[in-house]
Write a protein that binds this ligand. Sequence first.
Ligand code: 5AD
Ligand code: SF4
Length: 564
Amino acid sequence: MSPRRVYLETFGCQMNELDSELVTSQLRALGYAFTREPGEAGVVLYNTCSVREHAEQKVWSRLGELALRKQQEPGLVVGVLGCMAEREGPALLKRMPVVDVMVGPGELDKLPALLDNAVKTKASLLDGAGDRERAAGGSAGQVALQGNTSRRSATLAAAADTLELLDLSRAVDPEGHSGSAYVRITRGCNKFCTYCVVPFTRGAEVHRPPEHILDECKRLADAGVREVTLLGQTVNHYRFEHGSAVSVNGVVQPQKGRVYKHAPGVFEDPYRGQSVTTFADLLHRIHEEVPAIQRLRFVTSFPRSFGDDVLGVIRQSPRICRYLHVPAQSGSDRLLQLMNRGYTVGEYFEFLDRARAFLHQPEIGRPLTVAGDIIVGFPTETQEDHEATADLIRRARYKNCFIFKYSPRPGTIAIDRFEDDVPEEVKRRRNNELLALQNEVSASVCAEFVGQTMDVFVQGVSKKHAKKAKRHAQSGAVALTIAGRTPGAPEDEPGAGAACSADGSHVHEDAPAAGTPQLSARTEGDVIVFFDCPPGSSPDDLVGTIRRVRITASGPLALFGALV
Ligand code: 5AD
Ligand code: SF4
């Protein structure tokens, strides 16, 4: 075990993956190295998710294991980052004295200093007094930072500005990426859907200044990134008001994320006195000003307030992907109201139909692909509500849909207001029915692709093929490079599947011709395509590039094609 070697495990969403990447680059700058083996690490960090109880339970059990390990290795430093740190607060430290450092998502910029301090303190405790027990746990060295609860107060602007520095500090390593990257455009959420913990853990919605986003995109493009996914909890709500004031809980404050003075690391607002950058403006600017990004997509969209201006920009921009992840959550108007989603099923389809009218053009190889999220077993859900959701899934024709069993979360509105009255076995049955239905829909959506010719972004050698090659290599036959995991890489991501159970488990069919490397790629609509590496080409020439393929066959979870 080396004290400056870090194992970092990330739970939950893409926002967390990005936070982990930023924390990683900051810690690297301080001289820490990273390992995939927790046993080799002197620092173990969990970047946690609180959206469902299941994800939290995993972290509790990991921490329990670490407590045992720490009895043998008192120098071990343990950190809990992200939403669980925010939600649990000091209670987590009490329950798990093994934790040395705890930092909520609103305070992540402070992690490197805190962690470095914890590592040094631990080392000196072990060297000096030899107080192994103190080093091994107890409250002596524990530090906890929560910030998002206070971000709902008048300190919002200041907190947002320091957090902005975390994104700005992003180190882009030309060797350390796989061609794809996330860029945050908005933090937090103001929607307060009754089941959701995010507005409490990630705080109020804060939009990053467009200049910072563009600069980050340019730096990524310069380092060779070709695919950028813009992130926000309600990404299409992006709206940056230049030089104006906003009101949070009645307190008028400067626009979040905007910085005023000249100082190291501080930026002048070039739009001072000018109006607004909307989401449509932002997409247009990135598309026009950073043409090296060949694929620009964004997640997650909220089905309301999605204007024709955005759809128009997507339609006219060849490098903006025709892909929307736009969760409906339920097909029952009654439940949508209890969830505080702010739209009806009719309004949801008004949007989806409008989006398809603008963007679905299979005749030019550019269909619109849509992904969704559904919650089953929300309190009071009846069989009739469930059937309404099944109808929505049939009509929405999602390429894939994440289906989650309702999980009551402490601190949310729903847990106070509604009893979790749908029995577990009913939730499970409804979940399975919707998964099966979505699989049928996905198979039929995929079948429509057959015969089309479309551009695909080549991700790597298909895992199945790579495994085979490895076995061969071990027995002295061919050796092949296995492409590393990319953010949103097809075969590791639950979204790659058709209907995705909450644990993300899925399978795909592929049957490579013996000896020919099979490559995996993604359409602009995020559908996986497998194709054989043509004779005379090596996978290395193709990975990270965009190629044209003709789709020859389909399964429920993937397409098969050939290079044209
Ligand atoms: N229980 C189950 N699913 C939830 N989600 C958010 N909160 C909960 C909860 N309490 C789901 C929603 C959301 C996705 C990120 O997680 O479908 O879109
Ligand atoms: Fe949660 Fe609703 Fe915000 Fe999504 S829009 S993060 S579900 S509160």
